[in-house]
Design a protein around this ligand. Structure first.
Ligand SMILES: [Zn+2]
Length: 499
């Protein structure tokens, strides 16, 4: 596409499309998606965008590959070193073509305990600099990283764009030029940001490298725990590791990023010091690495060392594995038997016996399975049963409230069934069980906005500020095209003398 803008340094892919849509004066979000990504239903994603192969075709002189966009203009580099190779390859394939949310699942981002960013963030001083240098503003990738609260270049707190609502405008690219710079920048030094910015910057700029396996990460942490003298005999001393972590990262900070509590046997800190069976987020790795290295370390060196470990069998060093003697095994078995006799297997595992179950599962698997079969109890579903009628009424009330709140808002996207359901806190559960919710279903069928109604709303929106436009300009401002205009919309335009 002639004059399609090239990315700036550390600019989000989302931002390139947002800037371009402003350059090309695109009025319709969906037409813009069709024109650029060849898919009217693509979601304007900030972190892990898709359809990048289509996007690369738009740069008139070429020179930009999908891989370059992924590694320099998305947040994927924060996940890629910490997930196994097969998953990384799959994520990249999805981002190049169609993803359907697969990248968020496969990269571990959806399941990660870290809070998800709901709004776009920016540094007012960076925006001013961008306008001075380039004549336009853009969204910076580093500002969207969870864990950072300030721009470390200016020591300025990041601001959130309050007008941006991704839940409402899933197909809209919101340009940074709309940022209000009337408010003075809030200067502030954050010691945790100073600690985090370097490893995060290194991860973002690292480019494509082979991904270490779970075995390599397990070996690396075992060795590091020994090196930092956090061991008790040949086992890991969790208390010593925890003490080091708390020395650098206080409870309040950990809570802010859902990295608290640390004590339960299933906590992330326990799991990361044991044999790795799943991926951990960049923030979890940074927190423990910074603590175990007492602050003097570099993520580049760590990743190089992990990658150089051979995938060989390493001796066990787990604080929970103390099953060396037959005596211990007998004790654990007796404890588990006592629990399941009283509670049944499922409840015993879910309550106090979780850790015990895991130890026996790993070491006495066939004995455990046989015993559990004998003490299995049917779960009393009666107590957990959902009152669907009550839920039906509550959901309908919520939908009525959502409809009333936006009644005067002419800027909203089409209020389809999906749009209404997205306004609910439990969208997935409602969508899946819609057949059990007759009143909700009725509401959605009656109050969903038809395509004609939506087109008429957009025309009305334009007419509220300009009545004497020629027909071609009216439909352009309303983001419509003659081919997609329904008969009813056309009739309305004819009646008002526009055609
Ligand atoms: Zn800044």
């Amino acid at each position: 596409m002639l004059n399609f803008p090239y990315p700036y340094e550390d600019e989000l892919t989302y931002s390139i499309l947002a800037r371009a849509s402003a350059h090309f004066c695109s009025f319709s979000h969906k037409t813009w998606l069709e024109l650029t990504l060849k898919n009217r239903c693509a979601i304007a994603t900030i972190d892990f965008p898709s359809h990048l192969d289509e996007l690369t075709k738009l740069f008139f002189l070429g020179g930009i590959s999908s891989e370059l966009l992924i590694y320099q203009h998305t947040l994927f580099p924060l996940c890629s070193p910490f997930i196994p190779l097969a998953r990384k390859v799959k994520c990249i394939d999805w981002m190049k073509a169609k993803s359907n949310g697969g990248t968020h699942l496969m990269s571990g981002w959806a399941a990660s305990r870290l809070p998800k960013l709901q709004l776009i963030r920016y540094c007012p001083m960076c925006i001013s600099e961008q306008i001075d240098s380039y004549g336009e503003a853009y969204w910076v990738r580093m500002h969207q990283v969870i864990g950072l609260v300030s721009c470390t270049k200016h020591n300025c707190l990041l601001e959130e764009v309050s007008q941006f609502n991704h839940k409402r405008h899933r197909h809209e690219y919101y340009p940074a030029t709309t940022v209000n710079l009337m408010m003075p920048p809030r200067l502030g030094y954050d010691e945790f940001d100073q600690r985090l910015s370097l490893p995060i910057q290194s991860l973002l700029n690292r480019g494509s490298h082979p991904s270490p396996s779970y075995k390599q990460w397990t070996s690396y942490y075992r060795h590091l725990i020994q090196q930092s003298q956090c061991t008790k005999g040949k086992y890991c001393s969790f208390e010593a590791v925890k003490e080091k972590v708390l020395h650098y990262w206080p409870e309040a900070w950990l809570k802010q990023y859902n990295l608290w509590p640390l004590d339960s046997s299933n906590s992330w800190l326990h799991c990361i010091t044991r044999k790795h069976r799943k991926s951990f987020s960049y923030l979890e790795h940074i927190v423990i690495l910074h603590a175990l290295y007492d602050g003097s370390w570099e993520i580049e060196d760590v990743l190089e060392d992990v990658g150089s470990i051979k995938n060989i069998h390493t001796p066990q060093l787990d604080h929970e594995i103390v099953l060396n003697t037959q005596l211990n095994i007998r004790e654990l078995k007796a404890k588990w038997l006592q629990l399941v006799k009283v509670l049944g297997t499922k409840v015993a595992r879910a309550t106090s016996g979780g850790g015990l179950y895991m130890q026996l599962y790993r070491n006495q698997h066939s004995w455990l399975m046989k015993l559990n079969k004998r003490y299995r109890r049917p779960i009393d579903n009666m107590t957990n049963r959902v009152n669907w009628h009550q839920r039906d009424i509550e959901t309908t009330k919520r939908l009525i409230k959502a409809r009333d709140q936006v009644e005067q808002d002419l800027l909203l996207p089409r209020q389809s069934k999906l749009w209404f359901m997205q306004q609910l806190p439990n969208k997935a559960a409602i969508e899946k069980n819609l057949h059990k919710l007759p009143i909700t279903n009725k509401f959605l069928n009656v109050y969903q906005e038809t395509v004609s109604e939506y087109q008429i709303r957009r025309i009305t929106r334009v007419l509220t500020y300009e009545q004497s436009l020629p027909f071609w300009m009216l439909i352009k401002h309303a983001g419509l095209s003659e081919e997609r205009m329904t008969d009813i919309t056309r009739k309305l335009c004819e009646l008002h003398g526009f055609v």
